[in-house]
Design a protein around this ligand. Structure first.
Ligand SMILES: Nc1ncnc2c1ncn2[C@@H]1O[C@H](COP(=O)(O)OP(=O)(O)OP(=O)(O)O)[C@@H](O)[C@H]1O
Length: 290
């Protein structure tokens, strides 16, 4: 597989050379494969947001370099001539609906492509396509984004990023504050974009169930360092280490741990709800639930 993002010995210090210097990334070296669905986890302040903001060059490293789709980002990189690059790396910030500002949904979604020099007609076509992707009916086009529900506003904001046709999509806690239905819709959209549109997804999340259900690869951060990288099953197979990192287990694995503490031996730690159901069914003599 090709590499989409490659960090080489990257450090980032906020307010470097001042008494307020804050070291947020410490010697990060990692790769993210093209087409992967990568989750970045780690407790608050571990450096996740700082890390992803280097991927579209919103932040520049204090030292080291990052290769993103062949573009090299280094301490010397300036914001000049980054437009074409930034279009390829879509970034959905936390609570992206706060950044909506146009008077209609369509205008808001068209804003990005137009800003990147796309003609009005092409921007409109891209906006309609993006609306369809996020499940917003065309009839919303002339609504004010501020008259929509929280979940719908968030989909408008995501559509604005998708209208630029990114190859990498960074989602920083995209489901924060949504109800379970809205949560599922956004996560299923991310899965669709990854599997059907071949967009590389980089997701920051505190939801371990999402990590196990959606991610193919996980990066664990702690105090500005990458402390573990691997598929979800590998990351969660040591509950003591997971708790030590101030992380949660996926809920099925958490329940299995509780059973284990109560003296029920399930053997290997089941991570998905389906695996847990099968193990319990087996234990009570009902065979496979399938
Ligand atoms: N603009 C800033 N100026 C100074 N320090 C900052 C700034 N942004 C973040 N930091 C510090 O850098 C460190 C990493 O922060 P970052 O936001 O990247 O962590 P995070 O893992 O994304 O946290 P969370 O899960 O709460 O979003 C923290 O110590 C934070 O206080």
């Amino acid at each position: 597989m090709d590499t989409a993002v490659s960090f080489s010995q990257v450090t980032h210090t906020y307010q470097a050379n001042t008494p307020f210097a804050q070291n947020a990334l410490d010697d990060i070296t990692l790769q993210i494969e093209k087409g992967s669905f990568t989750a970045i986890i780690g407790h608050t302040g571990s450096g996740k947001s700082t890390l992803v903001q280097h991927i579209n060059a919103l932040l520049k490293p204090t030292s080291g370099q990052i290769d993103v789709l062949g573009k090299m980002i280094s301490p010397e990189t300036t914001n000049k001539n980054l437009k074409a690059f930034r279009r390829r790396v879509g970034m959905v910030f936390q609570f992206p609906e706060k950044q909506l500002f146009e008077e209609t949904v369509l205008k808001d979604i068209k804003f990005g492509p137009k800003n990147y020099g796309v003609s009005d007609q092409d921007a409109e076509a891209a906006a309609h396509e993006a609306m369809e992707l996020v499940g917003l009916d065309k009839s919303f086009s002339n609504h004010s984004p501020f008259d929509l529900s929280g979940g719908q506003m968030r989909r408008v904001a995501i559509a604005g990023v998708l209208a630029m046709n990114p190859e990498i999509l960074i989602l920083d806690e995209p489901t924060a504050g949504l109800d379970p239905k809205g949560h599922r819709e956004i996560m299923d959209l991310a899965k669709f974009l990854n599997q059907k549109k071949q967009i590389t997804i980089i997701l920051i999340t505190h939801q371990m169930d999402d990590v196990i259900d959606y991610a193919s690869n996980v990066i664990v951060m702690d105090q500005g360092k990458v402390v573990k990288v691997g598929p979800p099953e590998q990351i969660f197979n040591d509950p003591e280490w997971v708790y030590h990192m101030q992380l949660d287990l996926p809920s099925s694995a958490e329940f299995a741990q509780q059973l284990k503490l109560a003296g029920v031996d399930l053997g290997e730690l089941p991570l998905t709800v389906e695996q847990l159901a099968n193990k319990i069914a087996h234990l009570v003599g009902k065979g496979d639930t399938k």
